[in-house]
Design a protein around this ligand. Sequence first.
Ligand SMILES: Cc1cc2nc3c(=O)[nH]c(=O)nc-3n(C[C@H](O)[C@H](O)[C@H](O)COP(=O)(O)O)c2cc1C
Length: 207
Amino acid sequence: MALSAVEVNQLKQAPAVEGVLPVVLARWSARAFADREVSTADLRRVFEAARWAASSFNEQPWRFLVGTRNSLTYKKIFSTLIGFNQGWATAAPVLILGVASTKFAHNGTDNRNALYDLGAAASYLTLQAAALRLTSPQMAGYDQAAARQVLEIPESYALGAVIALGYQGEPSALGNEQLIAMETAARERKPLSEIVLSAWGMPDELG
Ligand SMILES: Cc1cc2nc3c(=O)[nH]c(=O)nc-3n(C[C@H](O)[C@H](O)[C@H](O)COP(=O)(O)O)c2cc1C
């Protein structure tokens, strides 16, 4: 029998590390959604958080296309998702596509940090979502060319990930063995010794 939403949420929490922001430890990507809409006030909050991310030259190259269920934008974003993602994202009340301007507004030159900055803003968004008890699974699995076309995104904008937003639902509602297994699996991360180096190939003593 599949674990309940409450049990899974418990299982997915990162182990407590003293002094690390609780919301960082609590965020995880639930793909099962409850049948509950996200209020406009909460939507505004997640974008407010994204707005305050740092960016190269304070360019704020990010733009977020947001669609709530049944809206045309929602339908357009959904239509571009790969089948696997459509399988679970169909229950999400909100779909967001993050894009980034690849040219600096002040002089028109290339901004090679555009997607880096969009990723930072998206991270803020997901953390704010977690603070509001919302889940915000991201998706690279969509047809970028189709999204650019149906959403009329100019060539000068690079496409990031699609973000689904909503409240965590019961894993059993996913109705598919593979998805339920993913939803109920423990989370894993590389150790610090692998990702923090004091020189190339040399783990920092931190790890
Ligand atoms: C840029 C990006 C693209 C992703 N693409 C997909 C995707 O297409 N489908 C999916 O089910 N999950 C996708 N994920 C979710 C990751 O698999 C998930 O974040 C990762 O396994 C870590 O799990 P956690 O978010 O619960 O910590 C994506 C995440 C990111 C950040």
